[in-house]
Design a protein around this ligand. Structure first.
Ligand SMILES: [Zn+2]
Length: 386
């Protein structure tokens, strides 16, 4: 893990400038967060400046931090339950600047951590280890002494509430951070640099473990393979009901992943929960019979929906990414911005799955938890806001 902090770049910075600076350092590091993932905050004079919805840590600016009154956010913890829609409404009411963006759905959690600077990422290395069959034991072994370890629960109010209960008697000074199973990492400090340094050193522990126990050996030279996307363009546009943009990735990693005999790898699920709105839970598998591969994915998706749905409306059931056997991986979107995001996420996911297999078997959040995330009203709102 590279520590990108450069003291010379921070001359004359106030506290919010520092918040912007170390947020960006984490945002540009794709092994920490991808495309809008993660969130950071600063506490100043009773106000929490927390990443606003719609901002990306890599390019966030001062106005990207929504100012919300800390006492009003903490008051919300008195509720036993809170719907996501109500939480968003109350968080808006807590804003000191009514024209600021919606505070992150993790605002209450940031508010309850008693330090000035709080950083949250979905670091690949940590989540990869957590996403394995005995991930809990491995995380305990690596982090048990100096970290609060949180079982998987839905992000948002439920997560804030769980951590609130777990930390009631906690001496926060006795820990360096929190590991959220199947999700990510939190670090904190009254000093921006220390919180950032802790994020990097926390992830470095996991990275070292992976380097020792799950090093990947991806064949680098594979024969060039020309693949005609014409038929897929038509098939997938019909299934998606818009003219799709396709991106075929034939990197050594994609080729290697697409050439695995064990097709259960392609259905092992997510890296971090929020990726599901981009990729769905699993990839489609296409071999020679493209139409057959597509039909079988759509059928499987409908069955998954029916297993868990109560009153939700089903999303389009066509895949967002496809394994073309022996050829590579295909991202499907409305435009190249979409396909770039999907391609980046799936690239990191493939690496995690292959490494997780080396650690005894990759295992992401359950299908039921995936459904809860995919059909979460706030995630639906994010998509509608695009
Ligand atoms: Zn998160």
């Amino acid at each position: 893990m590279t520590n990108r902090f450069d003291i010379n770049e921070t001359v004359g910075f106030d506290e919010l400038d520092m918040r912007v600076y170390t947020s960006r350092l984490q945002g540009v590091d794709q092994d920490l967060v991808l495309h809008g993932g993660g969130n950071t905050s600063l506490k100043l004079d009773g106000v929490l400046y927390v990443k606003g919805s719609g901002w990306d840590l890599a390019s966030i600016e001062r106005e990207g931090f929504s100012p919300a009154r800390i006492d009003a956010l903490l008051d919300l913890l008195k509720h036993d339950e809170l719907t996501d829609i109500d939480m968003v409404k109350y968080q808006r009411e807590a804003l000191t600047n009514p024209s600021a963006p919606n505070p992150s759905v993790e605002a209450i959690l940031h508010a309850l951590i008693p330090y000035k600077y709080v950083d949250h990422t979905h670091a690949d290395a940590v989540v990869t280890i957590s996403n394995t069959i005995d991930g809990e034991a491995k995380i305990e072994e690596l982090y048990g002494d100096r970290y609060l370890i949180i079982p998987y629960v839905m992000p948002g109010f439920i997560l804030a509430k769980v951590i609130y209960e777990m930390s009631r008697d906690l001496d926060w000074d006795s820990i360096d951070g929190m590991i959220l199973h199947n999700h990510g990492v939190f670090t904190f400090s009254d000093d921006a640099k220390t919180s950032y340094d802790n994020m990097i050193s926390t992830v470095a522990i996991a990275q070292e473990y992976l380097d020792e126990n799950a090093k990947l050996d991806i064949p680098s030279s594979v024969d060039e393979m020309v693949y005609n996307l014409g038929e897929l363009q038509v098939l997938l546009s019909n299934a998606k009901e818009y003219s799709v943009t396709l991106h075929l990735n034939q990197s050594p990693l994609s080729r290697y992943f697409a050439s695995q005999d064990d097709e259960t790898l392609y259905r092992k699920g997510l890296l971090t929960p929020e990726h599901i709105i981009r990729t769905k839970r699993s990839a489609a598998i296409f071999d020679v019979d493209l139409k057959g591969g597509l039909d079988s994915y759509i059928q499987g998706y409908r069955e998954y929906f029916e297993r868990y749905a109560s009153d939700e409306i089903m999303l389009n059931s066509a895949p967002n990414w496809v394994i073309i056997k022996g050829v590579g991986t295909l991202s499907i979107g409305k435009n190249t911005k979409d396909t770039t995001i999907i391609d980046d996420i799936t690239t990191h996911t493939m690496r995690a799955i292959l490494q997780g297999e080396k650690l005894g078997g990759y295992q992401s959040i359950s299908e039921a938890d995936s459904f809860a995330m995919e059909y979460w009203e706030l995630e639906q709102m994010k998509l509608r806001a695009k």
